[in-house]
Ligand binder design. Structure first.
Ligand SMILES: Nc1ncnc2c1ncn2[C@@H]1O[C@H](COP(=O)(O)OP(=O)(O)OP(=O)(O)O)[C@@H](O)[C@H]1O
Ligand SMILES: [Mg+2]
Length: 434
């Protein structure tokens, strides 16, 4: 499906309906055919330039097969992006009413991006732009407020600001460095940035393989921030809307409006660094499009694909101020802390034997090992967990991870590509539910 065919069809319609009126042909915003926008932008809406939206007429277009996407708004599922053709009608004081012929369609079966064209009467571009803007606003992901956390995208389950700093088991030095960086910024840094006439915006990245505790660290940092009377804005790309720049923009609006020091958490930053959005994210990191909150905002981003954060970002000073590598378990001391934590009262000194097997594993692995052993013991009505049971749990989990990896690797050429984020964690049993 080529855009030429859409335009050709639209011109035919135009000739029939407005043979004596001149038009211009433009790329239009796909949001105008989004069902969320069509519901929200009401007939009678006043637009900039003294014009009024008078409603729309659905048009039959032989080259478009209408199809809708859907997503959650609050508790309900609603139709969202939709392909189709419409005549949008407008009026203006003292002038003839006019319409815009609009068509949006998918050009490519693989990439679910709508492309839209519009035929706009000459001289009416301001009205049309205002209408597109109103539609785009209506479609943007909403911000939900939960206690002092603004959540953009994702589900609540991903983010639990009840995690305490002590719950996160990582090298003490690393935790301290991160905390010091954050506190130094809010307590002293903001003023220093201001003196230098820089927007007080600091950017930290937590990088590490899946399951090492990055999300946990963010949650604990959020809890701490709330205690310090800061605002927290949390952005997740793990919902149907995905990682869109739109969400980052919404987050910035919340940050700019906050009037308090703000902690902005963006999970899986790498996912935003694709396609056209990349240039815009770079602008954000450079400060061109970053939020201007005089009270200071600190971005805490996570990634388990540090290689996706390419050199343009990591090597250029100022784009990311610091990168903290969140490691897997590095020594037996760490492994013991983690295992003791997840075994709770079941811990016995004989379990020290399994520690070597936990090295270089993420915290999530140890949690899973402990959970599995505890469940198995309960199932067999045992009150104690032997170190042999723990060993078995380690082995089966290691085996499972390897088997998953082989299986998925073999299947990849058949279509399990990198496009689907649900498949990104192959090799890990801790696949996120979304
Ligand atoms: N350092 C840790 N200390 C304590 N528990 C941990 C740690 N790391 C992981 N866990 C356990 O594993 C779970 C998953 O960790 P978390 O979601 O924080 O990992 P992540 O680094 O964000 O992973 P991903 O990169 O896949 O998002 C946690 O909820 C926690 O139960
Ligand atoms: Mg995470």
């Amino acid at each position: 499906m080529q855009y030429e065919r859409l335009v050709e069809w639209a011109r035919g319609v135009w000739e029939q309906r407005h043979p004596n009126r001149k038009h211009i042909t433009i790329w239009a915003s796909a949001e105008c055919s989004n069902m969320v926008a069509q519901k929200a932008v009401k007939v009678g809406r006043r637009l900039r330039g003294k014009s009024i939206y008078e409603g729309m007429e659905k048009l039959e277009c032989p080259v478009i097969v209408p199809i809708s996407d859907y997503g959650s708004r609050g508790k309900h599922m609603v139709l969202t992006a939709t392909s189709g053709a419409y005549a949008f009608k407008f009026s203006m004081d003292g002038e003839d009413p006019f319409e815009v012929i609009y068509a949006s369609s998918y050009f490519d079966d693989d990439v679910q991006d709508l492309t839209a064209v519009a035929l706009v009467p000459v001289g009416k571009l301001d009205t049309w732009a205002a209408f597109e803007f109103a539609c785009a606003r209506a479609v943007r992901p909403r911000i939900r407020r939960r206690r002092d956390v603004y959540i953009i995208g994702g589900t609540d389950a991903f983010f639990d600001p009840t995690v305490t700093w002590d719950d996160v088991i990582l090298p003490a030095e690393l935790k301290q460095q991160l905390m010091d960086d954050v506190e130094a910024f809010f307590n002293k840094g903001v003023e220093i940035y201001r003196q230098l006439k820089l927007a007080p915006f600091r950017k930290l990245l937590l990088a590490g393989v899946p399951g090492t505790g990055k999300t946990m660290l963010c949650a604990a940092m959020a809890k701490h921030a709330i205690e310090q009377k800061r605002i927290v804005v949390y952005v997740s790309g793990s919902d149907r809307d995905g990682a869109t720049f739109e969400k980052i923009q919404r987050a910035f609006q919340a940050v700019a409006a906050a009037r308090y020091p703000t902690l902005l958490i963006v999970e899986e930053l790498d996912a935003y660094l694709r396609g056209d959005d990349k240039a815009r994210i770079l602008n954000v990191l450079d400060g061109v499009e970053s939020p201007n909150n005089p009270q200071g905002s600190l971005l805490l981003a996570t990634t388990n694909y540090p290689e996706a954060i390419d050199e343009r970002i990591s090597r250029r000073p100022g784009r990311l101020d610091r990168i903290f590598v969140i490691p897997t378990i590095q020594d037996e001391d760490q492994a013991e802390k983690m295992l003791r934590h997840y075994l709770g009262t079941h811990w016995k000194d004989e379990h020290l034997e399994v520690l070597p097997k936990l090295l270089d594993q993420p915290g999530a692995f140890v949690r899973e090992v402990a959970l599995q052993a505890r469940m198995l013991a309960a199932h067999e009505h045992l009150t104690e967990i032997s170190s042999e049971m723990l060993q078995r749990s380690v082995e089966s989990l290691t085996y499972q991870m390897r088997a998953d990896k082989d299986f998925l690797m073999q299947r990849r050429p058949m279509g399990l590509g990198g496009a689907n984020r649900a498949n990104r964690n192959y090799g890990s049993p801790f696949i996120r539910k979304s």
